[in-house]
Design a protein around this ligand. Structure first.
Ligand code: CP
Ligand code: NVA
Length: 314
């Protein structure tokens, strides 16, 4: 079957229809099964080159994107921003036009989502968001795969996101889960509820899918009866100046054993990682029987293989 995503950009979960998102998650699952059956290399992108540009540090995204490209037969080229003339002030639009003459796709981790939009506007080749201030779509696709594996479905599952719900990971998770019919409950201080445009898009998606989005300031109410409890750091990269205020504001939203007691007995705990033990989550929860964070991290590889294959191979 031809890929409906061939030649497209992936900057936001909003770029995908519910069917396209579901197809990516299913394809990721099948690639994972094939990997475990011994098919480590599926060279559908043989001879291709993918540029990976990082303005911020990364462990999971960088390594899993490099390995994903290699396992599909493509060559990844990794650059920190300062290794490119970009770091000396060459405009994003010039970088985009030059790189897209050499490589088959550009993936970037940026401070400002606008840089991605500019890259995409000027690149002839697909541009992929590897995290911006607004979204982290690759994380959310892997998260959907993890929930599907652990709960057997996404539709109808209740996902509680507790903590800073105005960040990249929360935004993409909320958009993806509501598109696939999950019930998302956000437990966060009002000032850290999702941006209005994300909330409105998620509410529209939920209406279509039969899912829902509920916002509350009470972490226990968010978690009550939940199948999945998810959190992320209180201070995202680039927000270091806000650290003290965030710790004060978010202290009641720590995911600890006491909070998990309000969830379903078979609740799973998810975190995109890196985690700050003692802040958004306790050591006991992160290392406890609820935690699926290592499987979740592994799924980044399989989800990104699905994304690269569907964007770059017809
Ligand atoms: N979850 C995630 O994107 O991790 P890295 O910052 O290590 O890439
Ligand atoms: N919200 C975090 C996610 C890191 C993967 C950040 O932006 O730093």
């Amino acid at each position: 079957m031809p890929s409906p995503l061939y030649g497209r950009d992936l900057l936001s979960i909003g770029d995908l229809s519910p069917e396209e998102l579901r197809m990516l998650v299913e394809y990721a699952r099948s690639l994972k099964l094939r990997y475990y059956a011994g098919e480590r290399v599926i060279p559908v992108l043989r001879g291709m080159t993918i540029a990976l540009i990082f303005e911020k540090p990364s462990t999971r995204t960088r390594v899993s994107m490099e390995v994903a490209a290699l396992q599909l037969g493509a060559t990844p080229l990794v650059f920190n921003r300062d290794e490119l003339q970009l770091g000396r002030g060459e405009p994003v639009k010039d970088t985009a036009r030059v790189l897209s003459r050499y490589v088959d796709a550009i993936a970037a981790r940026v401070y400002s989502h606008r840089s991605l939009e500019e890259l995409a506007a000027y690149s002839d080749k697909p541009v992929i968001n590897m995290l911006s201030d607004l979204e982290h779509p690759l994380q959310a696709i892997a998260d959907m795969l993890t929930i599907l594996e652990k709960k057997g479905r996404i539709e109808g599952v209740t996902i509680a996101y507790v903590g800073d719900a105005r960040n990249n990971v929360a935004h993409s998770l909320i958009l993806a889960a509501t598109k696939l019919g999950a019930h998302v409950r956000v437990g966060a201080p009002r000032s850290l509820w999702p941006l209005d445009r994300v909330r409105l898009a998620a509410e529209r998606a939920a209406e279509e899918s039969g899912g829902s989005l509920t916002l509350t300031e009470d972490p226990r109410e968010a978690v009550r009866g939940a199948d999945v409890v998810y959190t992320d750091v209180w201070v995202s990269m680039g927000e270091e100046a806000l650290a003290e205020e965030r710790r004060r504001l978010l202290r009641p939203y720590q995911v600890n054993v006491e909070l998990l007691r309000h969830a379903k007995r078979d609740v799973i705990f998810m975190h995109c990682l890196p985690a700050h033990r003692g802040e958004e989550v306790t050591e006991e929860v992160l290392e406890g029987p609820w935690s699926v964070v290592w499987d979740q991290a592994e799924n980044r590889l399989h989800a990104q293989k699905a994304v690269l294959a569907m964007l770059l191979s017809p």
